[in-house]
Design a protein around this ligand. Structure first.
Ligand SMILES: Cc1ncc(COP(=O)(O)O)c(C=O)c1O
Length: 399
Protein backbone atom coordinates (compact mmCIF):
# COMPACT_ATOMS: atom_id res chain seq x y z
CA UNK A 1 0.00 0.00 0.00
CA UNK A 2 1.23 3.52 -0.75
CA UNK A 3 2.86 5.08 2.30
CA UNK A 4 1.05 7.86 4.11
CA UNK A 5 2.79 11.22 4.44
CA UNK A 6 5.37 11.60 7.24
CA UNK A 7 2.98 13.60 9.36
CA UNK A 8 0.42 10.81 9.71
CA UNK A 9 2.40 8.48 12.01
CA UNK A 10 3.78 11.53 13.83
CA UNK A 11 0.32 12.73 14.88
CA UNK A 12 -1.04 9.24 15.55
CA UNK A 13 -0.92 9.16 19.34
CA UNK A 14 -2.70 12.47 19.88
CA UNK A 15 -5.20 11.59 17.13
CA UNK A 16 -6.10 8.38 18.97
CA UNK A 17 -6.80 10.31 22.15
CA UNK A 18 -9.03 12.77 20.31
CA UNK A 19 -10.94 9.88 18.74
CA UNK A 20 -11.67 8.39 22.19
CA UNK A 21 -12.72 11.82 23.39
CA UNK A 22 -15.35 12.24 20.68
CA UNK A 23 -16.60 8.66 21.04
CA UNK A 24 -17.08 9.10 24.79
CA UNK A 25 -19.35 12.08 24.12
CA UNK A 26 -21.97 9.93 22.49
CA UNK A 27 -22.34 7.12 25.05
CA UNK A 28 -25.60 7.84 26.88
CA UNK A 29 -25.13 5.15 29.56
CA UNK A 30 -21.96 6.65 31.02
CA UNK A 31 -21.45 9.45 33.50
CA UNK A 32 -19.04 11.44 31.39
CA UNK A 33 -16.45 13.76 32.88
CA UNK A 34 -14.47 13.15 29.70
CA UNK A 35 -15.41 15.43 26.80
CA UNK A 36 -15.30 19.22 26.79
CA UNK A 37 -18.88 19.74 25.61
CA UNK A 38 -20.99 22.46 27.19
CA UNK A 39 -24.31 21.60 28.89
CA UNK A 40 -26.91 20.57 26.34
CA UNK A 41 -29.47 22.53 28.39
CA UNK A 42 -27.87 25.80 27.29
CA UNK A 43 -27.86 25.12 23.55
CA UNK A 44 -30.19 27.74 21.97
CA UNK A 45 -32.39 25.28 20.07
CA UNK A 46 -35.62 27.33 20.05
CA UNK A 47 -33.84 30.55 19.11
CA UNK A 48 -31.98 28.87 16.25
CA UNK A 49 -35.23 27.30 14.99
CA UNK A 50 -37.01 30.67 14.98
CA UNK A 51 -34.11 32.53 13.34
CA UNK A 52 -33.65 29.90 10.65
CA UNK A 53 -37.34 29.92 9.76
CA UNK A 54 -37.49 33.73 9.65
CA UNK A 55 -34.39 34.06 7.56
CA UNK A 56 -35.32 31.39 5.06
CA UNK A 57 -38.88 32.60 4.63
CA UNK A 58 -39.70 36.10 5.80
CA UNK A 59 -36.44 37.88 5.33
CA UNK A 60 -35.53 36.48 1.92
CA UNK A 61 -31.96 35.80 2.97
CA UNK A 62 -32.23 32.19 1.92
CA UNK A 63 -30.13 32.63 -1.20
CA UNK A 64 -27.04 34.21 0.40
CA UNK A 65 -27.30 31.67 3.19
CA UNK A 66 -27.05 28.76 0.78
CA UNK A 67 -24.65 30.41 -1.66
CA UNK A 68 -20.83 30.59 -1.59
CA UNK A 69 -19.66 33.21 0.89
CA UNK A 70 -16.61 35.30 1.68
CA UNK A 71 -13.52 33.31 2.85
CA UNK A 72 -12.99 36.03 5.46
CA UNK A 73 -16.40 35.26 6.93
CA UNK A 74 -19.99 36.49 6.80
CA UNK A 75 -19.76 40.29 7.25
CA UNK A 76 -22.49 40.52 9.93
CA UNK A 77 -20.74 37.85 12.00
CA UNK A 78 -17.35 39.57 11.76
CA UNK A 79 -19.07 42.77 12.89
CA UNK A 80 -20.84 40.93 15.73
CA UNK A 81 -17.49 39.55 16.95
CA UNK A 82 -16.14 43.10 17.18
CA UNK A 83 -19.22 44.69 18.77
CA UNK A 84 -20.54 41.98 21.05
CA UNK A 85 -17.41 40.07 22.08
CA UNK A 86 -14.04 41.75 21.55
CA UNK A 87 -14.70 45.42 22.31
CA UNK A 88 -16.75 44.63 25.47
CA UNK A 89 -13.95 42.19 26.42
CA UNK A 90 -11.36 45.00 26.31
CA UNK A 91 -9.86 44.48 22.85
CA UNK A 92 -9.95 47.45 20.43
CA UNK A 93 -10.60 45.17 17.45
CA UNK A 94 -11.66 46.37 14.02
CA UNK A 95 -13.66 44.57 11.39
CA UNK A 96 -10.69 44.10 9.04
CA UNK A 97 -8.75 42.29 11.78
CA UNK A 98 -11.27 39.44 12.06
CA UNK A 99 -11.41 36.20 10.11
CA UNK A 100 -14.13 33.63 10.82
CA UNK A 101 -12.87 30.07 11.21
CA UNK A 102 -14.51 26.64 11.18
CA UNK A 103 -14.55 26.22 14.95
CA UNK A 104 -11.83 27.32 17.33
CA UNK A 105 -9.68 24.45 16.11
CA UNK A 106 -9.31 25.97 12.68
CA UNK A 107 -7.87 29.10 14.29
CA UNK A 108 -5.09 26.95 15.76
CA UNK A 109 -4.62 25.27 12.42
CA UNK A 110 -4.50 28.56 10.47
CA UNK A 111 -1.80 29.84 12.81
CA UNK A 112 0.14 26.62 12.24
CA UNK A 113 -0.18 26.92 8.47
CA UNK A 114 1.07 30.48 8.62
CA UNK A 115 4.09 30.01 10.85
CA UNK A 116 5.18 26.37 11.19
CA UNK A 117 7.61 24.44 9.03
CA UNK A 118 8.72 20.92 10.04
CA UNK A 119 11.07 21.09 13.03
CA UNK A 120 10.01 24.60 14.13
CA UNK A 121 9.64 24.90 17.88
CA UNK A 122 6.28 25.59 19.54
CA UNK A 123 6.35 26.35 23.27
CA UNK A 124 3.27 25.06 25.08
CA UNK A 125 2.03 25.01 28.64
CA UNK A 126 2.54 21.76 30.47
CA UNK A 127 -0.12 20.32 30.43
CA UNK A 128 -2.02 21.68 27.42
CA UNK A 129 -5.00 20.95 25.15
CA UNK A 130 -4.50 17.59 23.42
CA UNK A 131 -6.16 18.61 20.14
CA UNK A 132 -3.78 21.54 19.74
CA UNK A 133 -0.87 19.15 20.34
CA UNK A 134 -2.32 17.05 17.53
CA UNK A 135 -2.46 20.11 15.27
CA UNK A 136 1.15 21.10 16.01
CA UNK A 137 2.16 17.49 15.32
CA UNK A 138 0.34 17.71 12.00
CA UNK A 139 2.80 20.46 11.08
CA UNK A 140 5.68 18.27 12.33
CA UNK A 141 6.61 20.95 14.82
CA UNK A 142 9.01 20.34 17.66
CA UNK A 143 6.73 20.79 20.69
CA UNK A 144 8.50 21.94 23.85
CA UNK A 145 6.53 21.97 27.11
CA UNK A 146 7.27 24.83 29.51
CA UNK A 147 6.81 24.61 33.27
CA UNK A 148 3.56 26.02 34.62
CA UNK A 149 2.24 26.52 38.13
CA UNK A 150 -1.16 27.52 39.54
CA UNK A 151 -0.87 30.89 37.75
CA UNK A 152 0.07 29.85 34.22
CA UNK A 153 3.47 29.81 32.50
CA UNK A 154 6.42 30.24 34.87
CA UNK A 155 7.77 33.34 33.15
CA UNK A 156 11.47 32.67 33.89
CA UNK A 157 11.08 29.18 32.38
CA UNK A 158 9.31 30.67 29.36
CA UNK A 159 12.13 33.15 28.77
CA UNK A 160 14.80 30.46 29.23
CA UNK A 161 13.06 28.29 26.65
CA UNK A 162 12.73 31.19 24.22
CA UNK A 163 16.48 31.84 24.49
CA UNK A 164 17.32 28.16 24.17
CA UNK A 165 14.97 27.08 21.39
CA UNK A 166 14.21 30.24 19.35
CA UNK A 167 10.57 29.16 18.96
CA UNK A 168 8.30 30.26 16.15
CA UNK A 169 5.19 30.13 18.30
CA UNK A 170 4.09 30.27 21.94
CA UNK A 171 0.71 28.62 22.53
CA UNK A 172 -1.21 29.74 25.59
CA UNK A 173 -4.72 29.14 26.95
CA UNK A 174 -4.78 31.87 29.58
CA UNK A 175 -8.31 31.61 30.96
CA UNK A 176 -9.68 28.51 32.74
CA UNK A 177 -7.10 26.49 30.87
CA UNK A 178 -7.87 23.19 29.19
CA UNK A 179 -7.11 20.80 30.90
CA UNK A 180 -6.10 22.39 34.22
CA UNK A 181 -8.86 24.98 34.80
CA UNK A 182 -6.12 27.43 35.88
CA UNK A 183 -5.96 31.10 34.88
CA UNK A 184 -2.86 33.09 33.93
CA UNK A 185 -2.44 36.15 36.17
CA UNK A 186 -2.51 39.74 34.92
CA UNK A 187 1.23 40.22 35.45
CA UNK A 188 2.05 37.07 33.52
CA UNK A 189 -0.27 38.06 30.67
CA UNK A 190 1.68 41.31 30.37
CA UNK A 191 4.97 39.42 30.57
CA UNK A 192 4.00 36.99 27.79
CA UNK A 193 3.15 39.88 25.45
CA UNK A 194 6.38 41.66 26.37
CA UNK A 195 8.57 38.58 25.80
CA UNK A 196 6.93 37.96 22.44
CA UNK A 197 7.79 41.47 21.29
CA UNK A 198 11.29 41.42 22.74
CA UNK A 199 12.26 38.10 21.19
CA UNK A 200 10.11 38.42 18.05
CA UNK A 201 8.05 35.26 18.66
CA UNK A 202 4.40 34.89 17.68
CA UNK A 203 1.89 34.07 20.42
CA UNK A 204 -1.29 32.13 19.75
CA UNK A 205 -3.67 33.03 22.53
CA UNK A 206 -6.52 30.50 22.57
CA UNK A 207 -9.34 31.82 24.75
CA UNK A 208 -12.58 29.82 24.31
CA UNK A 209 -13.51 29.99 28.01
CA UNK A 210 -13.05 33.76 28.43
CA UNK A 211 -16.80 34.44 28.70
CA UNK A 212 -17.53 31.51 31.03
CA UNK A 213 -16.52 33.14 34.31
CA UNK A 214 -18.49 32.22 37.44
CA UNK A 215 -16.37 33.86 40.15
CA UNK A 216 -13.44 36.27 40.54
CA UNK A 217 -12.37 39.26 38.44
CA UNK A 218 -12.28 39.18 34.62
CA UNK A 219 -8.75 39.63 33.25
CA UNK A 220 -7.80 41.31 29.97
CA UNK A 221 -6.45 38.99 27.28
CA UNK A 222 -2.71 38.79 26.53
CA UNK A 223 -3.64 40.41 23.20
CA UNK A 224 -4.63 43.61 25.02
CA UNK A 225 -0.96 44.09 26.02
CA UNK A 226 0.38 43.45 22.51
CA UNK A 227 1.98 46.62 21.13
CA UNK A 228 3.83 45.03 18.22
CA UNK A 229 1.32 42.67 16.54
CA UNK A 230 2.89 39.50 17.92
CA UNK A 231 -0.30 38.07 19.45
CA UNK A 232 -2.98 36.23 17.46
CA UNK A 233 -6.17 35.94 19.49
CA UNK A 234 -8.22 32.82 18.62
CA UNK A 235 -11.65 32.11 19.99
CA UNK A 236 -14.64 29.86 19.42
CA UNK A 237 -18.43 30.00 19.44
CA UNK A 238 -18.54 26.39 20.68
CA UNK A 239 -18.89 27.12 24.38
CA UNK A 240 -21.04 30.26 24.07
CA UNK A 241 -23.36 29.35 21.19
CA UNK A 242 -23.25 25.82 19.74
CA UNK A 243 -20.26 23.52 19.07
CA UNK A 244 -22.07 21.73 16.24
CA UNK A 245 -22.15 24.99 14.24
CA UNK A 246 -18.33 24.85 13.99
CA UNK A 247 -17.67 28.57 14.29
CA UNK A 248 -14.69 30.45 15.64
CA UNK A 249 -12.57 33.46 14.76
CA UNK A 250 -9.09 34.92 14.86
CA UNK A 251 -8.32 38.54 15.71
CA UNK A 252 -4.86 39.60 14.57
CA UNK A 253 -2.97 42.17 12.49
CA UNK A 254 -4.55 42.73 9.09
CA UNK A 255 -1.48 41.35 7.33
CA UNK A 256 -1.85 38.12 9.32
CA UNK A 257 -5.59 37.58 8.76
CA UNK A 258 -5.11 38.39 5.07
CA UNK A 259 -2.60 35.53 4.82
CA UNK A 260 -5.02 33.32 6.77
CA UNK A 261 -7.52 34.11 4.02
CA UNK A 262 -5.04 32.68 1.49
CA UNK A 263 -4.68 29.50 3.54
CA UNK A 264 -8.41 29.15 4.03
CA UNK A 265 -9.16 29.34 0.32
CA UNK A 266 -6.87 26.35 -0.13
CA UNK A 267 -8.25 24.44 2.86
CA UNK A 268 -12.03 24.77 2.64
CA UNK A 269 -12.84 27.93 0.61
CA UNK A 270 -14.80 29.41 3.51
CA UNK A 271 -16.53 28.57 6.75
CA UNK A 272 -20.01 27.11 6.16
CA UNK A 273 -22.26 30.12 5.52
CA UNK A 274 -25.54 28.86 6.99
CA UNK A 275 -24.49 28.74 10.67
CA UNK A 276 -22.62 32.04 10.28
CA UNK A 277 -25.82 33.82 9.17
CA UNK A 278 -27.81 32.24 12.02
CA UNK A 279 -25.18 33.07 14.62
CA UNK A 280 -24.86 36.69 13.44
CA UNK A 281 -28.61 37.08 13.66
CA UNK A 282 -28.58 35.57 17.16
CA UNK A 283 -26.23 38.35 18.29
CA UNK A 284 -28.00 41.09 16.34
CA UNK A 285 -31.38 40.21 17.82
CA UNK A 286 -29.86 40.86 21.25
CA UNK A 287 -30.21 37.26 22.38
CA UNK A 288 -26.61 36.81 23.53
CA UNK A 289 -26.66 38.55 26.96
CA UNK A 290 -29.58 36.41 28.18
CA UNK A 291 -28.01 33.27 26.77
CA UNK A 292 -24.66 34.02 28.45
CA UNK A 293 -26.40 34.59 31.78
CA UNK A 294 -28.14 31.20 31.55
CA UNK A 295 -24.97 29.55 30.31
CA UNK A 296 -22.96 30.86 33.27
CA UNK A 297 -25.68 29.90 35.74
CA UNK A 298 -25.94 26.30 34.46
CA UNK A 299 -22.18 25.77 34.40
CA UNK A 300 -21.58 27.53 37.71
CA UNK A 301 -24.04 25.17 39.38
CA UNK A 302 -22.17 22.22 37.87
CA UNK A 303 -18.78 23.59 38.89
CA UNK A 304 -20.08 23.99 42.45
CA UNK A 305 -21.58 20.50 42.42
CA UNK A 306 -18.27 18.99 41.37
CA UNK A 307 -16.25 20.99 43.90
CA UNK A 308 -18.63 20.07 46.73
CA UNK A 309 -18.76 16.44 45.73
CA UNK A 310 -14.97 16.15 45.47
CA UNK A 311 -14.65 17.69 48.97
CA UNK A 312 -17.31 15.39 50.38
CA UNK A 313 -16.16 12.09 48.91
CA UNK A 314 -12.53 12.01 47.81
CA UNK A 315 -10.05 10.40 50.19
CA UNK A 316 -7.31 12.40 51.83
CA UNK A 317 -4.42 13.21 49.55
CA UNK A 318 -6.48 13.77 46.39
CA UNK A 319 -6.18 17.42 45.35
CA UNK A 320 -7.87 19.44 42.63
CA UNK A 321 -7.99 22.91 41.08
CA UNK A 322 -10.86 25.28 41.96
CA UNK A 323 -11.60 26.86 38.56
CA UNK A 324 -13.21 30.30 38.47
CA UNK A 325 -14.88 29.37 35.20
CA UNK A 326 -14.72 27.17 32.14
CA UNK A 327 -15.55 23.49 32.11
CA UNK A 328 -12.65 21.66 33.77
CA UNK A 329 -10.87 20.81 36.95
CA UNK A 330 -7.56 18.97 37.21
CA UNK A 331 -7.27 16.41 39.98
CA UNK A 332 -4.13 14.75 41.33
CA UNK A 333 -4.08 11.32 42.96
CA UNK A 334 -1.82 10.42 45.87
CA UNK A 335 0.11 7.27 46.68
CA UNK A 336 1.68 6.72 43.27
CA UNK A 337 -1.71 5.98 41.68
CA UNK A 338 -1.86 6.20 37.90
CA UNK A 339 -4.99 7.75 36.39
CA UNK A 340 -4.31 5.73 33.21
CA UNK A 341 -4.26 2.40 35.10
CA UNK A 342 -7.37 3.30 37.10
CA UNK A 343 -9.48 4.22 34.08
CA UNK A 344 -10.73 0.70 33.13
CA UNK A 345 -11.97 0.05 36.66
CA UNK A 346 -13.65 3.46 36.92
CA UNK A 347 -15.20 2.97 33.47
CA UNK A 348 -16.53 -0.39 34.63
CA UNK A 349 -18.21 1.54 37.45
CA UNK A 350 -19.89 3.67 34.74
CA UNK A 351 -17.78 6.85 34.80
CA UNK A 352 -15.25 8.30 32.34
CA UNK A 353 -12.61 11.01 32.60
CA UNK A 354 -9.47 11.83 30.68
CA UNK A 355 -6.17 10.60 32.12
CA UNK A 356 -3.73 13.47 32.53
CA UNK A 357 -0.93 11.89 30.49
CA UNK A 358 -2.80 12.76 27.30
CA UNK A 359 -2.24 16.46 27.86
CA UNK A 360 1.55 16.30 27.91
CA UNK A 361 3.64 16.58 24.77
CA UNK A 362 5.53 13.45 23.80
CA UNK A 363 9.03 13.25 25.23
CA UNK A 364 8.18 15.71 28.01
CA UNK A 365 7.74 15.01 31.75
CA UNK A 366 4.32 13.41 32.23
CA UNK A 367 2.19 13.51 35.39
CA UNK A 368 0.35 10.22 35.24
CA UNK A 369 -1.38 10.75 38.58
CA UNK A 370 -3.44 13.64 37.15
CA UNK A 371 -6.79 13.59 35.43
CA UNK A 372 -9.05 16.11 33.68
CA UNK A 373 -12.59 16.18 35.00
CA UNK A 374 -15.16 18.03 32.94
CA UNK A 375 -18.29 19.25 34.72
CA UNK A 376 -20.04 20.61 31.62
CA UNK A 377 -22.11 17.70 30.44
CA UNK A 378 -23.73 16.19 33.53
CA UNK A 379 -26.43 17.70 35.78
CA UNK A 380 -25.43 18.35 39.43
CA UNK A 381 -27.00 15.21 40.93
CA UNK A 382 -25.31 13.00 38.32
CA UNK A 383 -21.98 14.73 38.95
CA UNK A 384 -22.32 13.77 42.61
CA UNK A 385 -23.11 10.13 41.75
CA UNK A 386 -20.14 9.96 39.39
CA UNK A 387 -17.68 11.43 41.89
CA UNK A 388 -18.92 9.02 44.56
CA UNK A 389 -18.29 6.06 42.24
CA UNK A 390 -14.83 7.33 41.38
CA UNK A 391 -13.99 7.97 45.03
CA UNK A 392 -14.98 4.42 45.96
CA UNK A 393 -12.53 2.94 43.44
CA UNK A 394 -9.74 5.34 44.44
CA UNK A 395 -10.25 4.59 48.16
CA UNK A 396 -10.06 0.86 47.48
CA UNK A 397 -6.59 1.37 45.93
CA UNK A 398 -5.26 3.41 48.84
CA UNK A 399 -6.01 0.86 51.56
C1 LIG B 1 -8.39 25.39 24.45
C2 LIG B 1 -9.30 25.00 23.34
N1 LIG B 1 -9.04 25.44 22.10
C3 LIG B 1 -9.82 25.11 21.06
C4 LIG B 1 -10.93 24.34 21.25
C5 LIG B 1 -11.73 23.92 20.05
O1 LIG B 1 -12.88 24.62 19.88
P1 LIG B 1 -13.89 24.21 18.72
O2 LIG B 1 -14.73 23.11 19.24
O3 LIG B 1 -14.65 25.46 18.46
O4 LIG B 1 -13.10 23.80 17.53
C6 LIG B 1 -11.25 23.85 22.51
C7 LIG B 1 -12.40 22.97 22.69
O5 LIG B 1 -12.57 22.26 23.64
C8 LIG B 1 -10.40 24.19 23.59
O6 LIG B 1 -10.62 23.74 24.83
Amino acid sequence: MTAFSNRIPYMREAADVVRILFESLSDPGTISFGGGAPAKEMLPVDEVAAITKDILTKEAQGYPMLQYGNPMGFPALRQAVVEHLLVPGGLPAKYENIIISSGGMEGVSLAGHLYLDPGDVVLVESPTFVQSLETFQFFQANIVAVETDDHGFVIEALEDNIKKHHPKLIYVIPTFQNPSGRTTTLERRKAIAELASRYDVMVLEDDPYFELRYSGQALPPVKSFDKTGHVMYANSFSKIFAPGCRLGYVYAEKEIVDRMYDVKTALNSMTTVLPQVICAEFFNRGLYPGQLKRNRAVHCERRDAMMNSLSAHMPEGVTWVYPDGGLFTWAQLPGGLSSTDLLPEIMAAGVTYLPGRQFFAEGQPILDNCMRLSFGQMPPEVIDQGIQKMAKVIKSKLR
